[in-house]
Design a protein around this ligand. Sequence first.
Ligand code: 1PR
Length: 457
Amino acid sequence: GRVELFDKQAKSVPHMGWNAAQTVHPQENGEAVPSVDDDSRYYFVHSYAVPYTGRGAQRGFVHSATRYVDQVVVSSVWSRNVFATQFHPEKSGAAGLSLLQSFIELNLIRPSLPADPLLRAAEDIRSTLTVRVIACLDVRANDQGDLVVTKGDQYDVRESKDLGGDVRNLGKPVDLAKRYYDEGADEIAFLNITSFRNLPFRDTPMLEVLRQASRSIFVPLTIGGGVRDSVDPDGEHVWPAVDVAGEYFRSGADKVSIGSDAVYAAERYWQRKAGGLEPLDRSTAIEQIAERYGRQAVVISVDPRRVYVSAPEDANGHHVIRTAFPGPNGEQFCWYQCTVKGGREGRDTDVRQLVTACEALGAGEILLNCMDKDGTNSGYDMELISDTKAAVSIPVIASSGAGKPEHFSDVVEQTAVEAVLAAGIFHRREVPIAAVKEHMQAAGIAVRSVDVDNAVL
Ligand code: 1PR
């Protein structure tokens, strides 16, 4: 076969998310076949694939095929005692686990096929990619030193002074993550929100959270916080970001998200470009991690806030949008300023500059937060999200502001994001993940059905 890069004209690349794998030999049914079920969804994350033709040599080994918008690709192969998948059964919830179980328990030697089998035509492979629903857990140590899930209002995670001013405690990271897995989250993100203070390498409780979570949670895990080059407190050891990421991957993460360091990398990228230098020189964490682990493993977490201006010329050359929600002095325009260190410091970089540079540097996905919307329950910032989605061809996750199921369907319909994320409403049990998915489905948006078996397996 021939492996090809996906064409990104009509869709985002990588192909990232839950899609079906449709078996292509209609006559091959019964007990001793790998348990690939046409109605289940499996987790895919890849930029390259073998195009499915259903003809020629493919007839001897293709087991299932998958459509990604305008392209149909081989999603599993089976020949004699070799079975291999393009998707990740180990990250595909109950459906993936039953596939692995069938592989272990059944005697899966593929019998000889008829000389000229008729395979399902590529046109008959349906479009089945779902929109991912992601639960996000902001994690930090509270004042007693325990690692807790917390949640900010516009990034302020402390209770008001009259309530004691403590860090809000919404539960234990692994317990909460497991609950979300059981309830049908398609992905889970942990953000280590104070790691800019500590060396994440030394942050063994956070690594332990990942280790424990990945033992019982079989959907992709993203971890963010502190992915940057770091120096040991003794000042002697420099830990390259790619090693910090490696430690996270070895502890069970599938992707790392980069916040502050991505802003510095983007600034460097544009400075080099302006100076006539080659902007890609393998010096940034994004480039190094993407090169070693693949671009799908690098998520950029963006923490922007609105800066209102009366006229586009007042924005110091930044990418400006006309907003339907004017500023405090009636300003009709705004730009989105990137921040670092958990929103504590604003930079002279806008979101458009950040995401386009990061895509060029090798990032595989954008997690788009919004400080103005975080924790407000007032819905996503549609203007920010559609503007950003239009600027990149990698997947975008909408984040910040979800307050009710309609917010999720609205953002998908209006911006075509690949994934939706929420934190507060899930932590406070205001809206269950199942209710979000039911609502999206009723609105005609494809979602992975909530797998109640997850809890049992
Ligand atoms: O800069 O690479 O060390 O990464 C730090 C990471 O920690 C960044 O990804 C940054 O977004 C995150 N972070 C830092 N401080 C905070 C904070 O809240 N004080 N959390 C923080 C960001 C935003 C989202 C939240 C959504 C949805 N929190 O994670 O989950 O806004 O919330 P909602 O549904 O309740 O509205 P680095």
